[in-house]
Design a protein around this ligand. Structure first.
Ligand code: ADP
Ligand code: MG
Length: 139
């Protein structure tokens, strides 16, 4: 399996609850390398752009408001088969359905506040990583 990259966001509730360090530890313990990392607050405009693919979904406005409501952490992660491996590590979108021990199961508090984002394809991982990081910020 080839080494590849994925992109994650630690969402506002997980950050506010003091779980960023624990989540990064789990990520590293599962063999991912951090290639870029920062904390920031998304503007409404940035959140709309990031989630543009969901603009016609009923939860879009709530999601944008939520994602711009507080501090988040964004990161690029590297591992063999990174996109699939990270989706496996985070679990299902709905934390109540996420497998025991997954990041969303451990730290998610609702389907919206599900602790983390994870890219769904290699192509989107690159687009999403480039949305937040300049080339000089990625190692
Ligand atoms: P995932 O993050 O697992 O890839 P989606 O891409 O389908 O899930 O949705 C993007 C984000 O939108 C989810 O992580 C979650 O925060 C939010 N979301 C998805 N479905 C719902 C829903 N039914 N109600 C509220 N928020 C939702
Ligand atoms: Mg998705």
């Amino acid at each position: 399996m080839a080494i590849s990259r994925t992109f994650t966001i630690v969402k506002p509730t997980a950050y506010k609850n003091g779980n960023l360090g624990k989540i990064l530890t789990i990520i590293e313990e599962h063999g991912f390398s951090l290639k870029a990392l920062k904390i920031l607050r998304l503007s409404v405009n940035q959140a709309e752009k990031f989630y543009d693919i969901h603009k016609d979904r009923p939860f879009f406005k709530d999601l944008v408001d939520y994602m711009s409501s507080g501090t988040v952490a964004v990161a690029i992660l590297e591992k063999d088969n990174a996109v699939e491996a990270y989706r496996e590590l985070i679990g299902s979108t709905d934390p109540s359905k996420a497998r025991t021990g997954t990041i969303r199961n451990l730290f998610g508090t609702s389907i919206q506040a599900n602790a983390v984002h994870g890219s769904d394809s290699d192509e989107n991982a690159i687009i999403e990583g480039n949305f937040f990081f300049k080339e000089s910020e990625i190692v």
